[in-house]
Ligand binder design. Structure first.
Ligand code: F6P
Length: 532
């Protein structure tokens, strides 16, 4: 099937995307809706034959069976022997989901209720710090224990009516120092979010926060909460069981914002809005599980990604939300997509026959327009762009600014599609220059166009819509992983650096000699020690 797709691509590669719009129903034929979302992929070079081949590719890879296996709790994370059940965290109807014959739903929903009770106590001032009602919450976590709630807390700012939420992730002391400066330890709640409760960055920052709190409060542990699968370690840290919110190993770190890892977000926006986010994700789960491939948003989004990266060979993709409050979505998707699908071998340990997942990057529009869009429009490498916009903003008194935002988003995908020809560029400068200078100046104003983009449109960034968007991307990553034949749910590629950091730490502190290190590492170690 890969060969067929590559042969099809060779046939259509020279065609302009714009020529596809000669068919009057191009946009309706190559867009799809699910829930509140509209996904338009008509501004790509995918035609009916290409789409049908891509769908065959996914079906041949066993997508339907793998998807069902995920939803019913089979151990599809084969290298770690785990089920993959983040979907159970938003299964609010409690339909049974079994792992090893045991329904996981009663415990999931009981934990959700406990989270909600605690969040509501904090928000209402019933749970107090030693100096009074909680004013600030500091979530200490990294990767999947940070990016989800941190991204969503910004995305859902219009719903945030609880204590202020802060997020500390980096082991760089600057992060926690800058965050704690100005906070009152007697009214601050610290949430230590770590699936394993061993991550060096998180545990180091948690200890720093405890020391900071101990300077001002008698019982710092009383203002600490733990979110983890490792009950024994949370107890060793001194956090009482009633403030530990546990989850099972079948929740992957980067898929975990729907459960206890989302507690900081729940405290910020409240249990009702948090559940609305879960319901949005649940609606996307149902759609993904049941819709035919040609109407299935996660499947389509994945297949467009595969077309651009594995077939067309475009090395990166840009996520460009025209929504300032989605400023952290690109970072969130970097972990989701690159930690999931940045793998060199297939599930059975064989080298991949095609390239793995792409580099994902991005920034909100319109900011990016004044920074890197130059390269997107005129650079020599094609960057498929994934635009997003809301029909409506929250700032009703600034409605015109929202209209301007939407116009900019649409302008960018149109510019990428159509470009500007040499003749049009000449016409633009003809009054100002002539002869050779006119030719030279005109060349700089040519836009090749014919650059692919997709657009995801939604009514407004409500909790439900955010849930739908994030679940859409989760399932997209899943589909891409199935097509590539890889395990999207482990992350062995992060281990080597962690091990080496352990061996280097005593060399940086001067407790050990740099034995066995290459000359570059020794040079840099010497510099770090000499200038410290
Ligand atoms: O929640 P933990 O166990 O602290 O892990 C944090 C992050 O570290 C990673 O394991 C990578 O090092 C991520 O997959 C995970 O989200």
């Amino acid at each position: 099937m890969w060969d067929k797709l590559k042969a099809h691509h060779a046939q259509v590669a020279d065609r302009s995307i714009l020529s596809l719009f000669e068919t009057p129903d191009r946009a309706t034929g190559f867009s799809a809706e699910a829930g509140a979302l509209l996904f338009d992929f008509s501004k790509t070079n995918i035609d009916a034959e290409g789409l049908s081949l891509l769908i065959d590719l996914a079906e041949d890879a066993g997508l339907a069976e793998r998807r069902e296996a995920m939803f019913i709790g089979a151990r599809i994370n084969e290298t770690e022997g785990r089920a993959v059940l983040h979907t159970a965290l938003r299964n609010l109807d409690a339909t049974p989901v079994e792992v090893d014959g045991q329904d996981v739903m009663p415990e999931v929903l009981e934990t959700l209720d406990r989270m909600e009770a605690f969040a509501s106590d904090v928000r209402a001032g019933r749970f107090k710090g030693q100096g009074g009602a909680i004013t600030d919450v500091v979530n200490i976590g990294i990767g999947g224990s940070d990016l989800g709630p941190a991204m969503a807390a910004i995305a859902l700012k219009p719903y945030a009516d609880g204590p202020r939420c802060h997020f500390v992730s980096n082991v760089d002391g600057a992060h926690i120092a800058d965050t704690l400066r100005g906070l009152d330890p007697t009214t601050t709640l610290v949430i230590v979010a770590s699936k394993t409760f061993t991550t060096i960055e998180t545990m180091t920052n948690a200890n720093t926060a405890r020391r900071w709190m101990a300077e001002k409060v008698k019982d710092p542990a009383a203002q600490f909460v733990a979110l983890s699968t490792a009950a024994r370690r949370t107890a060793e840290f001194g956090i009482a069981a009633e403030r530990v919110f546990g989850f099972a190993d079948w929740v992957g770190g980067r898929y975990s914002m729907w459960g206890p890892i989302g507690l900081s977000l729940m405290i910020a926006i409240g249990g009702g809005d948090f559940r609305a986010m879960l319901r949005g994700a649940q609606a996307m789960d149902r759609h993904f599980r049941t819709a035919a491939p040609a109407e299935n948003l996660p499947v389509l989004l994945a297949l467009v990604g595969i077309w651009h990266h594995q077939i067309c060979g475009y090395p990166t993709r840009a996520v460009l939300p025209y929504e300032q409050r989605l400023a952290r979505l690109p970072a969130y998707l970097q972990q989701l997509e690159m930690e999931s699908n940045g793998k060199r071998v297939s599930m059975d340990g064989e080298a991949l026959q095609v390239v793995s997942g792409p580099v994902v990057w991005g920034e909100p529009g319109t900011n990016g327009q004044h920074a890197f869009y130059q390269l997107i429009h005129q650079g020599t490498e094609v960057v498929p762009c994934e635009f997003m916009f809301a029909a409506k903003g929250f700032e009703s008194d600034l409605h015109y600014q929202h209209q301007l935002l939407v116009a900019n988003c649409l302008a960018q995908s149109e510019a990428l599609l159509k470009g500007r020809s040499l003749d049009e560029a000449r016409a633009q400068v003809s009054g100002k220059f002539e002869g050779e200078e006119l030719e030279r100046q005109a060349q700089h104003r040519v836009f090749p166009g014919n650059r692919p983009s997709t657009t995801l449109a939604y009514p407004q960034l409500t909790p439900g819509v955010l849930g739908q968007i994030v679940a859409l991307y989760e399932h997209r990553v899943f589909v891409e992983g199935v097509v590539l034949g890889i395990n999207s749910f482990d992350q062995w590629g992060v281990e080597l650096g962690k091990e080496l950091a352990k061996s280097l730490e005593p060399m940086v502190t001067g407790e050990a000699e740099p034995v066995g290190k290459d000359s570059s590492t020794r040079l840099l170690l010497d510099y770090a020690k000499a200038k410290a």
